[in-house]
Design a protein around this ligand. Structure first.
Ligand SMILES: Cc1ncc(COP(=O)(O)O)c(C=O)c1O
Length: 445
């Protein structure tokens, strides 16, 4: 549906004009794309790099809060690689830690001192003392589900409409017209039978969904960030979620993969949550692959290696020393309380500017505020995934991305922001706002 206050015909014109401009300014990109298509579907190593972009970007190098493409265009990166580069590009502490570890051995299938320190650091941030490591947040969620199934003897996984927790079978089930269906091709048709989907912020719906006491785990972000529109928890929601999961013997897992940027201790600390499991990944190792999950004591016993068989977890490269060295540097040297304060202040400034731009353009939209992340809803704040769905306008979002890219701002996925990374500055906020304000003026009716 077209967003309110927008002239859809005008959006179409702006889209075509901006796409032409983008293509014309990128001869090396186009040449590389042509060459790449001979050996990679879509010309990129992973399909999302093409599906989320009108023309794939080939990056030359990253530095601080941005990167430069092969045609020499420099971008301020407010997508922060879908939150995985919140630490910024080439942070000297991370570079040094990775270089040292590369010289001293990147993989032994044995533990290193850094792993102990990373587990201690995470346990200090989140109220779950026992940690395990994977290579991605997706895999951390897979293992969290297995641990919960092992502990409860139940199989059903409860998710909220508008969820995203990674590319694994159980996580890729969507609610469409009241039916649970695999979100993409190639997924087992039987998986929806193990999934239940309720609406975020709907206490009565959640109560009904948990009532049969067959749910092993509720897996949710503390605020849903992946819905093309942010869904914030409404007052009382998290208290009800915790009370109902406890009352029904259901494991509660909070996925902090995106939200840990909102403060030291993530949204779990901000909202004072009491999860049984916390899952996390992306920027915790400064962009070096790492996923992690922490859990309370009774769940940790499910992966006690003296117990046979223990819950199905592990992988040859999981918890490898390179990821751990990067994570130690990222967590202790970059993602400090001062860094969260700095990025939170920039985020507030960004939200103020977005609010002003919306008002000045006469649009009935709402600015988002969530630590270093801002953005807008195309209307009043939605409370559930269903409400958020009605606020989507893909063409408009797509066109904004092109407009911003042509003005040196990389904003790939609305699910991620715009978010200010640790090295970002007040000048970067102004740069974003200049481009954003001119975009609203161009498309408002
Ligand atoms: C909340 C959340 N959890 C997990 C993931 C999966 O992360 P990855 O793709 O790094 O495995 C994502 C990815 O966007 C996410 O947003």
């Amino acid at each position: 549906m077209p967003a309110p206050g927008i002239d859809p015909a005008r959006v179409g014109e702006v889209h075509d004009h901006e796409l032409r401009r983008l293509v014309e300014g990128r001869p090396r990109t186009l040449a590389l794309l042509e060459r790449a298509r001979a050996h990679m579907p879509n010309g990129v190593p992973m399909a999302w790099m093409a599906t989320d972009n009108d023309v794939p970007v080939y990056v030359e190098r990253g530095e601080g809060a941005g990167f430069t493409d092969v045609d020499g265009h420099r971008y301020l990166d407010v997508n922060v690689a879908d939150m995985s580069m919140f630490c910024g590009y080439g942070h000297p502490e991370i570079v040094e830690a990775v270089a040292r570890r590369a010289r001293e051995g990147t993989q032994f299938l044995l533990a290193t001192r850094e792993a102990v320190e990373v587990a201690e650091e995470l346990a200090g941030r989140y109220p779950v003392p026992f940690w395990q490591f994977t290579l991605s947040a997706s895999q951390a969620n897979v293992e969290a589900i297995r641990v919960a199934r092992a502990a409860t003897g139940r199989e059903v996984v409860l998710l909220f409409d508008g969820h995203y927790h990674g590319h694994f079978d159980e996580g890729l089930i969507d609610l469409q017209d009241g039916q649970l269906v695999p979100a993409q091709r190639g997924l087992a048709k039987a998986t929806p039978g193990k999934i239940r989907i309720a609406q975020f912020n709907d206490v009565e719906g959640l109560r009904r969904a948990l009532a049969p006491r067959d749910v092993a785990i509720v897996l949710t972000e503390p605020a849903l960030t992946n819905n093309l529109h942010l869904l914030m928890p409404q007052p009382g929601w998290h208290e009800a979620l915790r009370a109902l999961t406890r009352a029904t013997g259901t494991v509660l897992a909070i996925d902090e993969t995106h939200t840990h940027v909102v403060g030291h201790g993530g949204a779990t600390r901000r909202f004072d949550l009491e999860p049984d499991i916390v899952t996390i990944g992306k920027s915790i190792a400064g962009g070096v692959p790492l996923g992690a999950y922490g859990m309370i004591e009774p769940l940790a016993s499910e992966i006690d290696a003296r117990r046979a068989p223990f819950a199905a977890t592990g992988g040859t490269l999981f918890g490898n020393p390179l990821s751990m060295a990067a994570a130690r540097a990222a967590l202790t040297r970059v993602l400090t309380p001062a860094a969260y304060e700095h990025t939170g202040a920039l985020g507030a400034r960004l939200a103020d500017g977005i609010e002003t731009a919306i008002r000045d353009a006469g649009l009935p939209w709402t600015a988002q505020r969530f630590g270093p992340r801002s953005g807008h809803w195309y209307g009043p704040e939605p409370k559930t995934g269903q409400e958020a769905l009605e606020l989507r306008d893909r063409l408009l979002t797509w066109t904004q991305r092109l407009w911003m890219a042509n003005r040196g701002v990389w904003e790939a996925l609305p699910g991620a922001g715009p978010t200010l990374a640790v090295p970002a500055s007040a000048a970067d906020v102004e740069r974003y706002l200049d481009a954003y304000t001119s975009f609203l003026r161009a498309v408002a009716s």
